[in-house]
Design a protein around this ligand. Structure first.
Ligand code: MF3
Ligand code: CO
Length: 291
């Protein structure tokens, strides 16, 4: 809360409404939590209804692209083909692939196979093989708004062990969502996911996590999936962020020394899985904007 507005001032969110008819009540409540020692989100983390509508529309494109990939992906396909399809489909639907040229990233999508944790770069030399598990992480700019989600795909006959990793990781998204509601700390959801993964015998990557999203690709807050329950920023209506835990079959340590500057792998070479959704905090709970 930067500027103390008067009741009759125009709200900072540009709704055109008076402050008292817009964000005032919510910010008074936030101030109460602040006084009790909570970390509260700054205004940039709180989206207006119009912005959330925009992110939802962007999300529709993101989902359509992932649906398209899920129809086409198959054993024997080079991951470069996924890149081409993501680019074509996104453009056909009027969007722009967000990863392309983002901080120098060379492709339109991330494709991470088996022990690749995230940020796998599509290549004509990486051929999807029977038994692989692969994460396809799609991010879209549409109408000026960013959306972000990813899914796992099992290529042909996948071992029961790997299938379980993929399934548990998918379930962990719902475990996280169950903790998304206003006026609790964001650490609740991260701690719940961590506990769920550990109960299932898995570990969770610490260094990389979710993020605010919508106006930019990566915004505050950082969303940890390995954190104490009683930690992190207070959730309030209008916050939009990703839930995207990276869950490892073996140990949690990762290596980030690929010469390509991007691809993250498990240190022990064991498989890793990830699903990602974009979620908005509502007055009563949450709305999944992108799955
Ligand atoms: N989509 C990834 C995320 O969930 C980010 C990829 S950034 C890229 O945050 F540049 F590597 F594409
Ligand atoms: Co993300």
């Amino acid at each position: 809360m930067v500027k103390k507005l008067s009741r009759n001032d125009e709200c900072w969110c540009k709704s055109g409404k008076k402050y008292k008819q817009c964000h005032m009540m919510m910010e008074e409540k936030m101030r109460m939590f602040h006084d009790k020692g909570y970390a509260i989100p700054h205004r940039k983390m709180i989206k207006t209804k119009e912005q959330i509508d925009g992110i939802r529309e962007s999300g529709k494109v993101n989902i359509a692209v992932l649906d398209y990939i899920s129809e086409k992906i198959c054993v024997g396909m080079p991951t470069e083909d996924i890149n081409r399809m993501v680019e074509e489909k996104t453009k056909e639907l009027g969007g722009i692939p967000a990863p392309l040229n983002f901080e120098g990233y060379p492709k339109s999508v991330c494709t991470s196979v088996d022990d690749e944790v995230c940020h796998g770069i599509p290549s004509k030399d990486i051929i999807l093989e029977e038994g692989n598990i692969v994460n396809v992480d799609v991010s879209t700019i549409y109408g000026g708004y960013f959306s972000d989600s990813s899914r796992m795909f099992c290529m042909g006959n996948v071992s029961e062990e790997k299938k379980r990793l993929v399934e548990v990781t998918k379930q962990s998204i719902q475990v996280g969502l169950d903790h998304v509601k206003p006026w609790v700390k964001i650490g609740e959801l991260g701690a719940a996911i961590h506990e769920f993964a550990r109960e299932n015998g898995y570990s969770v990557v610490r260094e990389i996590g979710g993020h605010g999203v919508g106006i930019e690709f990566h915004e505050d807050p950082f969303v940890s999936f390995v954190c104490p329950k009683n930690s992190g920023v207070l959730l309030v209506p209008g916050m939009v962020f990703t839930i995207e835990p990276m869950i490892n079959m073996g140990r949690c340590e990762i290596q980030m020394n690929d010469p390509n500057g991007w691809t993250v792998r498990t240190e022990d070479g064991m498989p890793s899985a990830q699903w990602e959704v974009t979620v908005a905090v509502t007055e009563t709970g949450y709305e999944v904007l992108v799955y």
